[in-house]
Design a protein around this ligand. Structure first.
Ligand code: MN
Length: 506
């Protein structure tokens, strides 16, 4: 069986898309999960793009042991220096450099003649190679490049030491059969591709990112660049879960396999959703809420007789735990710890203590506590930024013929601050009171309220996105059986993330 490497770029291409930014702690948490899922390569960021990006690539590089860690760099000395500075602490570092090779990009973006691009590609690959044995070269906008010219660039990059050559469909323009033929032709024109890893990187502008990536695997690509939940620039990148489960489900067709622990897919998807606050559509393949739901009356009898009638892969294979063992207020710490472990979360004693306290509070309000409730509590605990502000208490007065008012008490460094505000409804009043307390003017970008499980006493799950005075967006989540409390906690969480980011930037 051929081994297809999974190159995850959730933290780079994914993170650079609007509304998907993550702070340092969140990136490390995500990187740890990617490592647990056994991706081959983690692209941790674009080191030169900002101090924050540099720091997160460096920290991920130093914390991840089982995966190769890459930083992106333009084909430029300063970029490559910075990329190497960020990844050199990794167990297996990689520099990923790129330059555009299509006429459109060379003329209008780079303002370089093709001969100069060819020279730059070779010289900068050689420059990166002096630092690092593992060098990936990407020909940006490869699918709209002249094949003859592209082949020359590839030949000289390989001669200069590139060990992986990536031929991306940067703008999501290719059709699967066309991309397959293109890659076959390029391999003929650039025979040195036979000595290195051929890689694919597809965007989903026409909804074909996964199809194109899989066509590339058929054409001989041994590395697929993708992101969890398919997040990324514009319509996104190829979704990792779709690539991995296609190869796993159709091994017969691809004659290939990945090393991904598929049972970690659901958790990876859920973790990313919680971090960035962007939900996947219910009918999204593999990780959507309905991906394994069988509602149609005519399907259900078949499913009951034999699951294979309508199920090509099992929910268990992607880590959806069907056994929903119920816990309640009589469950002890030992049972709770066992449950948390079996859900795959490792908490230290202090974290377990906090999570157990929250579980007890929840179990007092809610008859039955499901796995999803526990996951929501535990997962939130593990990516917590320092809590500069904490909610102390609140009183809300609201009704059909009165103006809503909120009295909010919060603590900052042990000091209690109280403010009162009026607003259009209870949530607005509460958010305005918090704004008064922190003394910043914040715009509310998004507000969503959902529930973790079904049922009347379900845990409310609030998502808030705020925009700071300098235009940065921060998301926060809050959980409570009281939806107003959940909303306030979400807002406070977003504020704490904003303060954390401001401190990081100093
Ligand atoms: Mn991309």
């Amino acid at each position: 069986m051929r081994h297809v490497k999974i190159f995850d770029t959730t933290l780079r291409d994914g993170e650079q898309s609007p509304g998907c930014s993550m702070n340092l702690k969140e990136k490390i948490e995500m990187a740890r999960q990617l490592e647990r899922m056994r991706v081959d390569i983690i692209e941790a960021g674009f080191a030169i793009s900002s101090q924050g990006d540099f720091l997160s690539v460096k920290t991920v590089a130093e914390n991840v042991k089982e995966c190769t860690v890459a930083s992106l760099a333009r084909a430029d000395k300063k970029d490559i220096d910075r990329a190497w500075e960020a990844v050199n602490g990794a167990a297996d570092p990689r520099i990923h450099l790129f330059i555009a090779t299509s006429p459109l990009h060379m003329e209008h973006k780079l303002k370089m003649r093709p001969e100069a691009v060819l020279e730059q590609a070779a010289a900068m690959t050689a420059y990166a190679k002096k630092y690092c044995a593992n060098v990936e070269f990407s020909a940006e906008d490869a699918t709209r490049s002249d094949p003859g010219f592209l082949a020359k660039v590839i030949e000289s990059a390989v001669a200069a030491g590139a060990t992986t050559i990536n031929l991306p469909d940067t703008v999501g323009y290719a059709m699967p059969e066309e991309y397959y033929a293109f890659l076959m032709r390029i391999q003929e024109l650039a025979p040195s591709l036979g000595n290195v890893t051929l890689s694919t990187h597809c965007h989903n502008d026409l909804g074909l990112a996964a199809a194109n990536s899989l066509a590339a695997v058929r054409a001989g690509a041994d590395q697929v660049e993708c992101t969890v939940n398919g997040i990324g620039e514009r319509a996104g990148n190829a979704a990792m879960e779709e690539i991995v489960m296609s190869v796993a489900t159709r091994r017969d067709y691809y004659q290939a396999e990945t090393q991904i622990a598929t049972t970690e897919i659901a958790r990876s998807s859920g973790l990313l959703t919680r971090i960035i606050g962007v939900k996947v559509q219910p009918n999204k393949a593999i990780v959507g809420e309905n991906a394994f739901a069988h509602e149609a009356g005519i399907h259900q009898p078949g499913m009951l007789q034999h699951r294979g009638t309508y199920e090509i892969m099992t929910p268990e294979s992607v880590g959806l735990n069907k056994s929903n063992l119920v816990m309640g207020k009589h469950s002890g710490k030992h049972a709770f710890r066992d449950r948390v472990l079996s859900l795959g979360y490792e908490l230290d004693d202090a974290e377990l203590e906090i999570a157990f306290g929250k579980f007890k509070t929840l179990a007092d309000k809610k008859k039955t506590v499901y796995d999803r409730d526990i996951e929501a509590l535990v997962a939130k605990e593990s990516v917590q930024v320092p809590r500069t502000y904490r909610l102390h208490s609140f009183v809300i007065n609201s009704g059909s013929h009165i103006t809503s008012t909120a009295v909010i008490k919060m603590t900052r460094d042990g000091r209690v601050v109280e403010k009162v505000s009026r607003g259009e409804g209870p949530i607005d009043a509460a958010f305005k009171a918090i704004e008064k307390i922190i003394g910043h003017s914040l715009a509310l970008e998004d507000y969503q309220l959902g529930s973790v499980t079904e049922g009347e006493d379900a845990l409310g799950d609030a998502l808030v996105k705020i925009k700071s005075e300098n235009g940065a967006v921060f998301s926060g989540r809050g959980l409570s059986t009281d939806v107003i409390e959940a909303s306030i906690c979400a807002y406070v969480n977003a504020v704490n993330k904003m303060i954390y980011a401001e401190k990081q930037a100093l």
